[in-house]
Design a protein around this ligand. Structure first.
Ligand code: ADP
Ligand code: XUL
Length: 552
């Protein structure tokens, strides 16, 4: 029996998925999660992040991720026969960086199975916090990096690296660290992403990066899949010597360190390079062709899909990353995802069941009540400070629930038009994908069929599949991705939600209005109030939608 372990170190939790892939049996054997706030409360995080009075700051303790790994590997040893694990890979929240000092290489190479991991790695950091993807403090550094790339530096950066400078991307974060604490920067021997840091702990050596996660740094040349010297020079001094090498995504970077073998009973399993959670999810949701996208409704919401060729978006929203298959993927990230839905739910004192009920009992179009739910700074569109804007008739209660979900779906549809000419199928994943009423709004707004994945954590499943793929490739270099995915990463047929043609037609008219509200809120267009009033007067009554539903 060959088992493959995938780990996903996300913002709020560490998840493990174990799959069995034999010639006659393919199945998910185990899926388990460990919530940082609950299991490791001594780090004082809230939703996995260190509380800070400034909403633009997003920091987390990397030691917490190391301790979570120690706890999880112990739990796995209790739950399954870990001696059967042939290979391990993983994924992590993208962009976050971990700063190690010169003692780290020796520490990683001599981990003592008799002592907890955290006690041994505590002294290996040159900075004890990691800026993560929720941090938006680097607007100034983004400007500096862009400016030093010359005229049209933003377009040059986007074309070379797949993204213009984004606050959460690692390059601008590294520059800020270098500016604010030059001594600690100098004492930094290696800058890891969360993914390569976790891989280093498993393999007991300094792990490399692969193009999927490295393309989230504003530092990698998308074509050569190696560091882009101009971006490196524009970011911080001596940076090239501090960055890990970039290897193919299926590279076996070593075997599991003796620490894990002795402490938890694992064999010398292959460790396959880790990647970012979004590239990992691409295989975890089984996406293969253009026209298919996945929408992950996690802490943030992300829309992503495969791309055979890197088609960079000059308008500045969205990113092109490397994909685990060796090709590319497009992605657009919306920070106010579950965070905003939860905020509205809590403000209304509702359970998730009541939230769903509120969606089911409010009319599509919400009588013209629209909300721009930027409870936290937003990535798409870029909004620096939290702000809530309302348009149309006053809301409250169930109307606020519909307003937040409709706004999120319309924003996603509007800002991802560059990614593909046509979307016919959406694979939904992430914590909120269990909510059928949310998926119905998604189907209606995008005018596409929505299917939910069997395994909740597509990033961890993707990691397990990448472990299987990388391991098989070492014996059979021509291993096809389709052979690895078959029978494991497939959506639930009964989860299918189809768009309603009348609602779809209504949203087709409403999306441009939503875009006008957004432009107005950003000071780029006049007040759309009158147009919204016209639109709401033409909206059919709730009884009309109910009747249609009854007839179908
Ligand atoms: P991440 O991987 O970013 O840590 P998850 O994908 O695990 O996040 O999603 C967690 C989120 O899912 C929670 O913050 C919660 O808001 C949301 N969630 C859980 N259950 C429901 C539900 N029934 N309806 C809508 N959202 C839900
Ligand atoms: C993607 C992004 C987020 C994180 C969440 O660019 O910032 O999706 O990867 O973990």
């Amino acid at each position: 029996m060959a088992l493959y372990l995938g780990l996903d170190s996300s913002t709020q939790s560490l998840t493990a998925v174990v799959i069995q892939i034999d010639d006659d049996e393919r199945r998910v054997l185990l899926e388990t999660s460990l919530n940082f706030d609950e299991v490791l409360p001594h780090y004082g995080t809230r939703n996995g992040v260190l509380p800070d009075a400034d909403p633009a700051v997003g920091l987390a303790p990397p030691l917490m991720w190391a301790e979570a790994l120690d706890v999880m590997m112990g739990r796995l040893a209790d739950a399954i026969d870990v001696r059967q694990v042939a290979a391990i890979s993983g994924s992590a929240q993208q962009h976050g960086s971990v700063y190690l000092n010169a003692s780290a290489t020796a520490t990683l190479g001599s981990l003592d199975a008799g002592r907890p991991l955290v006690d041994q790695v505590r002294g290996a950091f040159s900075r004890d916090t990691s800026p993560i993807w929720m941090d938006s403090t680097t607007t100034e550094e983004c400007g500096e990096i862009t400016a030093s790339l010359g005229a049209a530096g933003d377009v040059r950066l986007a074309r070379a690296t797949g993204s213009r400078a984004f606050e959460r991307f690692t390059g601008p974060q590294i520059r800020r660290f270098f500016k604010r604490d030059p001594l600690a920067y100098e004492a930094t021997d290696r800058i890891h992403l969360v993914s390569s840091f976790m891989a280093s702990l498993l393999a007991g050596c300094q792990a490399p990066l692969e193009p999927g996660d490295a393309s989230g740094m504003n530092l990698m040349d998308l074509t050569t899949k190696q560091w882009w010297p101009e971006a490196i020079a524009a970011t911080a001094p001596s940076l090239a010597s501090k960055l890990p090498p970039i290897v193919d995504p299926w590279t076996c970077i070593g075997v599991l360190a003796p620490y894990w073998q002795i402490r938890c009973g694992f064999p010398a399993a292959s460790v396959i390079a880790w990647t970012g959670d979004n590239p990992s999810s691409l295989v975890g949701v089984g996406l293969a062709r253009d026209g298919q996208v996945a929408i992950s409704l996690g802490t943030s919401d992300t829309v992503f899909g495969p791309m055979s060729e890197a088609r960079v978006n000059d308008s500045g929203t969205g990113h092109v990353f490397g994909a685990p298959t060796g090709a590319y993927m497009a992605l657009t990230c919306f920070q106010n995802g579950s965070l905003a839905r939860e905020r509205v739910r809590t403000d209304q004192g509702m359970s998730w069941a009541e939230f769903s009920q509120a969606l089911a009992s409010t009319p599509p179009g919400n009588g013209g009540h629209m909300m721009l739910p930027w409870f936290a700074p937003e990535i798409t569109p870029p909004i620096a400070a939290p702000s809530i804007h309302r348009y149309g008739p006053a809301g409250g209660g169930g109307s606020d629930v519909r307003a937040v979900v409709e706004a999120q779906m319309m924003s996603m549809a509007f800002h991802t038009r560059w990614m593909t000419d046509r979307i016919d199928v959406i694979h939904a994943t992430g914590g909120a994908a269990v909510n059928r009423e949310i998926l119905q709004v998604m189907a209606d707004v995008f005018g596409a069929r929505v299917l939910r994945l069997t395994v909740g954590n597509s990033a961890a499943l993707g990691a397990a599949l990448r472990a299987a793929h990388g391991h098989r490739r070492t014996c059979e270099p021509r291993t096809e991705w389709a052979d690895v995915l078959a029978g494991v990463a497939e959506p639930l047929a009964e989860s299918r939600v189809d768009p309603d043609p009348d609602r779809q037609a209504m949203y087709r008219e409403m999306i441009p209005l939503y875009a006008l509200c957004e432009a107005h809120a950003r000071g780029r267009a006049g007040d759309p109030q009158e147009l919204i009033e016209q639109f709401s007067r033409a909206l059919p009554a709730w009884s009309h939608w109910n009747k249609l539903q009854g007839e179908r």
